[in-house]
Ligand binder design. Structure first.
Ligand code: ADP
Length: 445
């Protein structure tokens, strides 16, 4: 009837609370009956048996207090004990007419509530035998014969009624338990869905912030290009005009230097504008080495890049990848900037691109401070940052971008030894792009 042992124990404890009270009430009632009546065969024996009963009830109560049911595995043994106990009470009281015979009824009701109907009917059998033995021992008197069928009928009636009632209650309890379990599972499911939606919302919010950041950067770069571009073009043409006038060697040399520096400023502005132009989201065949070069071209303007030795190594058989070019550049740039941030002055950063088993790997390795163990699990969470002015969105967005392109981002790190971030993207099956392998560069622009 009960699906789980937990339900059975809960039911057992609930009924035990009633049974314990019925037992104590029976003991108190017994003392009152002994004290207030006369004509008992042996009142001292009745009192002694009641004391024994009180001991048993105390044991029962103690077990109940410990959330246990005393002798719960031996219901028929308990019925037998009760049967003998009631028969002895009746025997030393007034025999078959003793009010203690109604204790059989209470015992049957308790048994029917607590156990299966079979146990209740077997208990009825035990009690009938007990009553019969008592009658045989005392000798059935003519006046008492009419009580027999009635007592037995009432006992059978009470067993049937309480067993049926308990059965309905148990079924209702089991149904409620089942409904409760269903409700609980719905609640867990709902909580999981809310958590999923919240995570998705956080993710899209994080991407939005990152995009806004990039857009703001683009706007700034475009503004600077516009403001600086015109005077720069004017300066450039002035220098060219002076150069055409055939100046003396000293002036020509200085004008050449000025033209060079002006060219550099113009290149810088073009690079910034190129990087910050609205990103194209089209998938295209992209050469990893070009992406790395482009990212490094931007990174060199980062103040901290100075005095870090950045080296690259591109495998000669490097295949292209299918990717959104601007997004991939953004990923590599973010990894390089992180590596620069983690590295002290004079530290080394190495970028590598190679092919491994159909995958193109782009590795950014630094000799920086490394990542502490407790940060590792939170590294890709949005808004996790250890930098005073960090947003904690870089790695999160990088991983998202790569997963959208069917790739992945992983890392290894050792505290005080450095970190290695690896971008993996499926190689496009095409002719490998042959490149000059490896280069060393000075980080200063
Ligand atoms: P942000 O750069 O704004 O902090 P990121 O998501 O790019 O956001 O990086 C999150 C954190 O991961 C950084 O604050 C830093 O603590 C850690 N981290 C990332 N790359 C490295 C690295 N190469 N070496 C050490 N720590 C790193």
């Amino acid at each position: 009837m009960f699906a789980t042992p937990r339900e059975r124990l809960r039911w057992g404890l609930a009924t035990e609370s009633i049974v314990v009270k019925i037992r104590w009430f029976g003991i108190v009632m017994g003392y009152v009956l002994v004290q207030t009546r006369t004509g008992l065969h042996n009142p001292s024996a009745v009192r002694a048996f009641l004391a024994l009963g009180a001991g048993y009830a105390a044991l029962d109560l103690a077990f109940y207090r410990m959330d246990e049911v005393f002798l719960k595995r031996w219901p028929l043994f308990v019925s037998l004990m009760e049967s003998i106990f009631i028969a002895l009470l009746c025997y030393h009281d007034t025999g078959l007419t003793s009010p203690f015979r109604w204790y059989y009824l209470l015992s049957l009701i308790c048994c029917a509530i607590r156990y299966r109907p079979t146990t209740a009917w077997l208990t009825l059998g035990i009690h009938c035998l007990s009553l019969l033995a008592l009658a045989v021992e005392l000798g059935i008197k003519p006046g008492e014969t009419s009580d027999w069928p009635l007592t037995l009928a009432i006992m059978a009636w009470a067993t049937w009624a309480s067993a049926s009632l308990a059965s309905i209650l148990k079924q209702t309890g089991a149904r409620l338990e089942h409904l409760n379990a269903e409700l609980e599972s719905h609640r867990v499911d709902l909580e999981r869905r809310v958590a999923e939606r919240t995570a998705a919302l956080r993710a899209s919010q994080a991407r939005e912030i990152q995009h806004e950041k990039m857009a703001a950067f683009g706007l700034l770069a475009a503004g600077i290009a516009h403001e600086v571009g015109n005077p720069l073009a004017a300066l450039s043409s002035l220098v060219q005009m002076l150069q055409r006038r055939g100046p003396d060697p000293y002036t020509a040399e200085k004008l050449g230097l000025a033209a060079q520096q002006l060219g550099r400023i113009q290149r810088t502005i073009r690079e910034l504008v190129d990087f910050s132009r609205p990103a194209s989201t089209a998938l295209a065949r992209v050469r990893p080495a070009e992406v790395v070069e482009e990212a490094l071209g931007i990174a060199k303007y980062y103040q901290r890049t100075k005095q870090r030795a950045i080296s690259t190594d591109f495998a000669s058989d490097l295949s292209p990848v299918r990717a959104v070019r601007d997004h991939l550049t953004q990923v590599v740039l973010n990894l390089v900037l992180n590596a620069i941030d983690a590295t002290e002055m004079g530290g080394r950063i190495h970028l590598e691109a190679k092919v491994d088993d159909g995958w193109v790997m782009m590795v950014v390795e630094d000799e920086g401070r490394g990542i502490p163990e407790d940060h590792c699990s939170r590294l890709f969470q949005p808004f996790f940052t250890t930098k005073p002015h960090g947003t904690g969105l870089g790695l999160f967005v990088c991983r998202q971008i790569l997963e959208e392109m069917g790739g992945s981002l992983s890392f290894e790190s050792e505290v005080d030894r450095g970190s290695k971030f690896t971008v993996r993207l499926r190689a496009e099956h095409a002719e490998p792009i042959l490149l000059a392998a490896g280069s060393e560069r000075s980080a200063a622009p």
